[in-house]
Design a protein around this ligand. Structure first.
Ligand SMILES: Cc1cc2nc3c(=O)[nH]c(=O)nc-3n(C[C@H](O)[C@H](O)[C@H](O)COP(=O)(O)OP(=O)(O)OC[C@H]3O[C@@H](n4cnc5c(N)ncnc54)[C@H](O)[C@@H]3O)c2cc1C
Length: 304
């Protein structure tokens, strides 16, 4: 099947590109790997009050507003559509299922994902002690010993949130300086429930049905030790979803797609928008704006 535009990824950026394709009468298909549209909006449990035009209680609420608007026009999308390969020269996309689609222009809107520790037990104890969100899962850590891994804003903010319900929090960071803003660090240091371990790394999660302890190593002394924990939250940053692009398209040192002011990559007719393109402000507003820019640029390039 052939389209004017194929959009890969159904987060804020991809949905905006879809809306603008409809506006410009471009025949498009949006492919989303997951079972739901929304991307990071589905894992945003805080209020969103900085996207002009609407305030939302959480990302899902904002996602619903976006979908309602996109659905009111031509909206051609497929869920569960994991892409296995892209033929950039012929702008042809193959799915895991074996199906193939081609287009005159491709828009990469694959966003980012949370970085994993890649240690033993991380997968096994997912949702069995290893929680997803401090804001959403606060009740699950009530009266428990919790471990937070990371040294940025997200780690410290979640440590402070979870300290409201947990009996004690240990924040583990592999360096001895923090990327987090100083106000969060000060608040955590002054909170009697929060203990901070620096120069320390996680080696393994252990337990039977649920996580019961974590094996840690002090990177200076090389001393290994065990800490009993009942809940864990990992916040060690994010990484772009660009595996399928590596070696084929120009990426920056962080693995994000390099683009020009029209959101076009180094290959003509291939665009990248939203967080995958490393915007200076990785926000809903940037993602939405980049979706409009790419659709407009494609429209003018295709000379309709
Ligand atoms: C906790 C949290 C709070 C935030 N708070 C705010 C806030 O208050 N205000 C604000 O403006 N922004 C906030 N943000 C940032 C904002 O959510 C993002 O900048 C924005 O949603 C990025 O959208 P995106 O479409 O670029 O990427 P994503 O939302 O990451 O979407 C990418 C989509 O592509 C799909 N995908 C990936 N690979 C493939 C593939 N191979 N094939 C098909 N589909 C694929 C993914 O499944 C996903 O649905 C927050 C983010 C988080 C995590």
């Amino acid at each position: 099947m052939s389209f004017d535009v194929i959009i890969i990824g159904g987060g804020a950026a991809g949905l905006s590109a879809g809306l603008w394709c409809a506006e410009l009468n471009l025949n498009y298909l949006l492919l989303e790997a997951e079972t739901e549209l929304g991307g990071q909006l589905l894992w945003t449990h805080n209020q969103i009050k900085n996207h002009l035009g609407i305030e939302a209680e959480n990302g899902r609420e904002l996602r619903d507003v976006f979908i309602k608007q996109v659905e009111s026009r031509q909206f051609n999308y497929r869920l569960h559509s994991e892409i296995s390969s892209i033929d950039f020269e012929n702008k042809k996309i193959s799915l895991e299922s074996g199906e193939e689609f081609s287009a005159q222009a491709l828009v990469i809107a694959t966003g980012i994902r949370r970085r994993k520790l890649n240690v033993a037990g991380e997968e096994k104890f997912k949702n069995k002690g290893i929680i997803e969100s401090g804001k959403r899962d606060g009740n699950l850590v009530k009266g428990k010993k919790a471990l937070i891994i990371g040294g940025g804003d997200a780690a410290f903010e979640n440590a402070l949130i979870l300290a409201e319900t947990a009996s004690e929090i240990t924040l583990v960071h592999r360096q001895n300086n923090f990327r987090a803003r100083s106000e969060f660090v000060e608040q955590a240091k002054n909170n009697p429930k929060v203990k901070i371990l620096t120069d320390t790394t996680v080696r393994k999660f252990v337990g039977r049905e649920r996580v019961e302890a974590v094996e840690l190593e002090n990177l200076h002394t090389k001393k290994e030790f065990k800490l009993a924990v009942e809940a864990v939250l990992i916040r060690i940053g994010v990484e772009p979803n660009t595996e399928i692009l590596r070696g084929k398209i120009e990426l920056d040192e962080q693995g994000c797609v390099k683009i020009n002011q029209n959101c076009e990559t180094n290959i003509k007719g291939i665009y990248a928008i939203g967080d995958v393109a490393n915007p200076i402000a990785p926000t809903v507003s940037s993602a939405v704006g980049m979706g409009a820019t790419a659709a407009k640029a494609i429209f003018s390039q295709l000379n309709f």
